[in-house]
Each structure stands twice: as structure tokens, then as C-alpha cells.
Design a binder for this molecule. Structure first.
Ligand SMILES: Cc1cc2nc3c(=O)[nH]c(=O)nc-3n(C[C@H](O)[C@H](O)[C@H](O)COP(=O)(O)OP(=O)(O)OC[C@H]3O[C@@H](n4cnc5c(N)ncnc54)[C@H](O)[C@@H]3O)c2cc1C
Length: 473
């Protein structure tokens, strides 16, 4: 007899972490993860270019929260309960060592997202979490007794394997946890679910970003409001031919800003075939997600290629070249922190010809060159979603959620975790950290006596024995 039944909608980072935190806090709870696709943790798999940027080496809760354009204030409290250091410790306790790169991003030492998937899937199986793929939750209603009736999609996989094969499947899952990401649900169990749905004492919505309003429909149907979705973490389209000719060139530290707004960010800048990318651009796009959306992604952009040199120091650098190498052509003597090809283009974009020598550079031309280096003007004409990491700005309104438990303030027994909330961070592992933190807190908060779960007489318990990974190892 289980103490209570917890239904977790969404088998991503937040859903798994919540399930594990709940199972660790309350052994007797029966915990389901319902995943609508055929694969669990599919974003973890592709994250960080296949390496999974698990978190960021930022161990102060306020500093960590400050990396969230949406959700900063709401996350300070949750980070006091579970922050990046706790993520590192959690994974270490579960056999996964993380390493820190020079920019603070943290990855598994294996440099493979599969390590994180195997860890989460293996821990869920050991905790006897019921893992259901191809099992989308289509509708949720709150019953008069406070429990929740979930209607599940009818796209279950065909025939259940015979008992002897099922035992074999369990054995193979034990030896190969990856199999659990693909394992189907037996028809018998599926039909029972499809016919009757399932009743849960508490539910967690961990359905990911609300890219379209339909993806936030479950939260809305339970009384919640969605902040409208717009993309965050995207790269900029810029038509300027000389810039595009530099595709592949990068600088370690540049400053980008949008004139007429407060948007300004520093970081690496990468020239692409369609414009600009890199940390500075992604961070600017995150902080400006709503503003840039309102501008229809058409706006002026200013680049300071040498943000660590103030105007005075830059003039001194240029003067030093003029006196120390007067006969040298300007295009051939770049300032050290700038790639030679970029320097040559910037020199010409400032109106100085390729053949000009330092000795022939007029004061006015030198001033223009300095301006070009500190304030190159581009026009952004569109955006592309970043291939390595993109998130949605928008989601369940934060004022409707109690952030000490992640429980709904509108519908008791309903919890939220991860990107379904109107929370998104800049690039660097912050978005997963929000998923781990909110999942962990929600999972612990859902653990409890489960008094409401007593006497489930209106719905038969599902045929759990037919499910893919109910067997602990
Ligand atoms: C390409 C890419 C790379 C990224 N890399 C990084 C990175 O390295 N570091 C980082 O911090 N962040 C990264 N992110 C962002 C990060 O992946 C997300 O912030 C994080 O996955 C959010 O976790 P989640 O569990 O809230 O949502 P998701 O991971 O999106 O999981 C939600 C799950 O819910 C399921 N679902 C939805 N509706 C239903 C339903 N009705 N019934 C059942 N199941 C449902 C979905 O199929 C999905 O599996 C990346 C994002 C992308 C797209």
C-alpha cells in the first residue's frame, strides 16, 4: 500500500529531479513520470552540444539568481535551499563528477550528456519511480476531494511483451539503463489508463517551455495565467557584407549594446555566416528577450571590440604605433587582442585605405578609426535560435506560485518545476540549475503523509507490473 500517488507530467530534467527528491524524502509514495514522447530527458541529451552544461560554478544564491532575466527575485529563496553547490554534491553522491571550465560552466568529466541521463534514469529505476513514455497527459481535472484526475493520450505502443520477455526487458534495463528511454508501455496497461485515466493525490507540471500557448494549456486549465512566450537566447542576423566575410572569426571579450535601451553585455563574440553569435550576444538576447521581440528583431547594435581599453588608452595604443612603426601599413599591424582579419576590416570600415601607412594617418582619420573600434554600428534584421541552447521566456506567472514549496497558490496539490515557469537564465548552465532547484524543492514538498490518497475506490490502480521500469535493481 502506497502512502500517496504523485503524478509528474514531463520526463525532462525538472521532472526527474522532482521524482528523485520526492522518492528520497518519502519511500512509500508511488511516483509516476508521464512523458508524451518516446524518450525521456531528450533535451538533456542534446544539451551543451552533447556534453550537458549541468550548472555554473557560482555558489552564492544572490549572484546565481542575478543570472536570470526572468525569475531573479523569485529564485533567491529557492537557491538558499538548493543551489549550484548542492547540484555538484548531489551528482557526486550519485557517482557523477563534474568539472569546471575556465568560464565557470560545469560539465560531467566524461564530457557526455549520456552520463547525466544514465545517472537520472538509473536513480529513478532504483527508487522504483514508474517511468511511462508515449504517455502524454491531455487533461487534468481537480476532483471535489482535492485529488487530480489525469486523462492520458491514447498513443500507447502495441502489444505488451509476454511475461517471460517482460522479465527479460527488466533484466536488460538493469544492465542498460538507456533502454528505459525508449521502452514502450504495454497495451494492457495503456488501455486501462486510456479508459479510466489515473487519479493522483498531487501533481507536478514539469512540461518545459511554453513555446506555444497550447504547451501551457494544462496549467491554464487549472486556473493559472501564462506570461506570453517569446524566445530567449538567440543569435543576430546582420547583413553587413564585410562582417559576413569574417565568418568564423571570434574575439574573447567584446561589449555589445543596443542604443536607446539599457541593454549592454560583455563576453565572447563570434562572427557567423549570418551575423553575430557568442556569449555576449546570447546574454543580450536573454536580457532583451521582450524588448527585442517588441522591436520585431530589427534594431541598431553597437560593438565595442576593445572594452578593456578606455578611450584614452586606445588613443595611446594608436599613437604608439604611429611613432614606433611609421612605415608599416596600418592593416598589417593589429592591436594584439584583435584577430588580424577583423582588424583589417575595421580599419577599412573606418575609411582608411588598405595602403595607408601609420605615418600618413591624419588625426581626423585616427579619431575615426578609434570610433570604429569602440563603436561599430550594425543593423540587426532578424534572429536565429541558438543551436546549443535555447529557452523560452514566458510561462506560468510567478506570483501564482509559492516559491518555498513550488506549490500553486491557486490550486493546492498542484506543483511546478523547470521551464514551464516564467523563469529563464542566461547561457552557461543556469537553466538546468533552475530545473534542478525547482524540481528538488517541489519533489520534497510533495513528499508527505498523503492523507488525501486513502481509499482510492473510484479508479483502479494501474497495472504497474506491465510498465517499463517498475522493477528496482
Ligand atoms: C538544444 C538545447 C541545448 C540546451 N543546453 C543547455 C545546457 O547545456 N545547459 C543548460 O543549463 N540549459 C540548456 N538548455 C536549456 C535546458 O535544456 C532547459 O532549460 C531544461 O531542459 C528545462 O527542463 P524541463 O524539465 O523544465 O523541460 P524539458 O527538458 O523541456 O522537459 C519537459 C518534458 O515534458 C514533456 N511534456 C510536455 N508536455 C507534456 C504532457 N502534456 N504530457 C507528458 N509529457 C509532456 C516534454 O516532451 C519534455 O520531455 C538547452 C536547451 C536546448 C533546446
Amino acid at each position: 500500500m502506497h502512502s500517496q500517488r504523485i503524478g509528474i507530467v514531463g520526463g525532462g530534467a525538472a521532472g526527474f529531479f522532482a521524482a528523485l527528491a520526492c522518492a528520497e524524502a518519502e519511500r512509500g509514495a508511488e511516483i509516476f513520470i508521464f512523458e508524451k514522447t518516446s524518450q525521456f530527458l531528450s533535451k538533456v541529451k542534446i544539451s551543451g552540444g552533447g556534453r550537458c552544461n549541468v550548472t555554473h560554478a557560482c555558489f552564492d544564491e544572490r549572484e546565481l539568481a542575478a543570472r536570470f532575466p526572468r525569475g531573479e527575485r523569485a529564485l533567491i529563496g529557492p537557491f538558499k535551499q538548493f543551489q549550484a553547490g548542492d547540484t555538484v554534491a548531489w551528482y557526486a553522491a550519485h557517482g557523477v563528477k563534474l568539472k569546471t571550465e575556465s568560464d565557470g560552466r560545469m560539465f560531467p568529466v566524461t564530457d557526455s550528456s549520456q552520463t547525466i541521463m544514465d545517472c537520472l534514469l538509473g536513480a529513478a529505476r532504483r527508487a522504483d519511480v514508474k517511468l511511462l513514455t508515449n504517455c502524454g497527459v491531455e487533461n487534468i481535472t481537480r476532483k471535489p476531494d482535492g485529488r487530480f484526475a489525469l486523462t492520458l493520450a491514447r498513443n500507447f505502443s502495441p502489444a505488451p511483451p509476454p511475461p517471460e520477455e517482460r522479465a527479460g526487458t527488466r533484466r536488460s534495463l538493469r544492465s542498460n539503463p538507456r533502454a528505459a528511454t525508449r521502452a514502450p508501455l504495454g497495451r494492457g496497461a495503456g488501455e486501462e489508463f486510456a479508459k479510466e485515466g489515473i487519479i493522483c493525490d498531487k501533481i507536478l507540471l514539469a512540461t518545459g517551455g511554453c513555446r506555444t500557448p497550447a504547451l501551457g494549456q494544462l496549467a491554464v486549465s487549472l486556473g493559472h495565467t501564462l506570461e506570453p512566450p517569446v524566445p530567449s537566447l538567440f543569435t543576430f542576423h546582420i547583413e553587413t557584407p564585410w562582417l559576413r566575410a569574417l565568418a568564423g572569426v571570434s574575439v574573447e571579450m567584446a561589449e555589445v549594446s543596443v542604443p536607446g535601451t539599457k541593454l549592454r553585455e560583455r563576453g565572447a563574440l563570434l562572427v557567423t555566416h549570418w551575423g553575430l553569435s557568442g556569449t555576449a550576444i546570447l546574454r543580450l538576447s536573454a536580457w532583451g528577450a521582450r524588448q527585442l521581440h517588441e522591436l520585431n528583431y530589427s534594431f541598431p547594435l553597437q560593438v565595442n571590440w576593445l572594452p578593456l581599453l578606455n578611450a584614452e588608452k586606445l588613443v595611446m595604443e594608436l599613437e604608439a604605433r604611429r611613432t614606433s612603426q611609421p612605415a608599416k601599413m596600418i592593416v598589417n599591424s593589429p592591436i594584439p587582442s584583435l584577430p588580424a582579419r577583423l582588424w583589417a576590416q575595421l580599419v577599412q570600415a573606418s575609411g582608411v585605405s588598405r595602403a595607408t601607412r601609420w605615418s600618413a594617418l591624419s588625426r581626423a582619420a585616427q579619431h575615426k578609426l578609434a570610433q570604429q573600434l569602440r563603436r561599430t554600428e550594425f543593423t540587426v534584421s532578424g534572429k536565429s535560435l541558438n543551436q546549443d541552447e535555447f529557452v523560452t521566456c514566458g510561462g506560468v506567472r510567478l506570483s501564482e506560485v509559492n516559491f518555498s514549496t513550488l506549490e500553486s497558490r491557486i490550486c493546492p496539490g498542484l506543483f511546478f518545476a523547470g521551464e514551464v515557469l516564467d523563469i529563464d537564465g542566461i547561457t552557461g548552465g543556469f537553466n538546468f540549475q533552475a530545473a534542478w532547484t525547482t524540481g528538488w524543492i517541489a519533489g520534497r514538498a510533495m513528499a508527505g503523509t498523503g492523507a488525501q490518497g486513502a481509499g482510492r475506490d473510484d479508479v483502479s490502480p494501474p497495472a504497474v507490473s506491465g510498465f517499463i521500469s517498475s522493477a528496482g535493481s
